[in-house]
Ligand binder design. Structure first.
Ligand code: PGA
Length: 261
């Protein structure tokens, strides 16, 4: 059984990649993976490329994730995809509550909570995304927003579940904008997230939780971000669409992780 470990690098391809394009990208990452064995790598293609990616990843340590799931396990929900279907397609991970889903598809902490529980029922490890908007940061509401997302999004999640859960702190203003949070800005929030987990789930859960940073991660900032104590890895969007930059981000992360041990 594969266990999650830092540095944990996930590539969220969003609504990109045809099946032939996915084949090329997955193959390039698989080819580089022997040199990246110290990292846990998860590729998150669109649904239509999952089967092909799963086939290419069969004997690989690189893991597969999906970008979303519905919170019911089956039924008359046209257009939705259930957790058991994703597990069946070869996924181990699933993104839940990405800010684009919150913004454009009306996802709320309540529906995100149901999705987290649905992921667990299906044996999937949820990568739960949280983060403040620009306005919230300007108003000094970053921490209260994050704490509210954790409180309402993780209802019913036990301390033991933190062995499987991954959190991704993604300041909304940094996603796809080229405006990366500084290492200090990201660390400040991520330290508060870990403190919050310690208060609510205990020290052990907080210590084993993987907390990713996401938002304009690229090869040039991977090292300095990952040197921070509470940044265990990345959720990479744009820079995960090219094998070279995704691989370089992973290499820099491995180097930074070793140095901070
Ligand atoms: P970005 O996206 O790296 O393109 O900013 C990150 C994400 O949305 O997960």
């Amino acid at each position: 059984m594969h266990h999650k470990k830092p540095p944990f690098i996930a590539g969220n391809w969003k609504m990109h990649m045809t099946i032939p394009e996915a084949r090329a990208l997955v193959s390039a990452v698989v080819k580089a993976s022997p040199g990246l064995a110290e990292a846990e790598i998860v590729l998150i293609p669109p649904f239509t490329a999952l089967a092909e990616a799963a086939r290419l990843l069969l004997d690989s340590p690189v893991q597969l994730g999906a970008q979303n799931l519905f919170y019911e396990d089956k039924g008359a929900y046209t257009g939705e995809i259930a957790g058991p279907m994703l597990a069946d397609a070869g996924c181990r991970y699933v993104l839940v509550g990405h800010s684009e889903r919150r913004q454009y598809f009306s996802e709320t902490d309540a529906s995100i909570n149901k999705k987290v529980l649905a992921a667990f029922r299906a044996g999937l490890k949820p990568i739960v995304c949280i983060g403040e908007t620009f306005e919230e940061r300007e108003d000094g509401r970053t921490i209260s927003r994050i704490e509210s997302q954790l409180r309402h999004g993780l209802v019913g999640v036990t301390a033991e579940a933190f062995a499987d859960i991954v959190l991704a702190y993604e300041p909304v203003w940094a996603i796809g904008t080229g405006k990366t949070a500084t290492a200090a800005q990201a660390e400040e929030v991520q330290a508060r997230i870990r403190d919050n987990l310690a208060e609510n789930y205990g020290k052990e859960a907080a210590a084993c939780a993987i907390i990713l940073y996401g938002g304009s991660v690229k090869p040039a900032n991977s090292y300095s971000l990952l040197r921070e104590k509470n940044i265990d890895g990345f959720l990479v969007g744009g820079a995960s669409l090219e094998a070279d930059s995704f691989i370089q981000i992973t290499k820099e992360a491995i180097k930074a992780y070793k140095e901070k041990q």
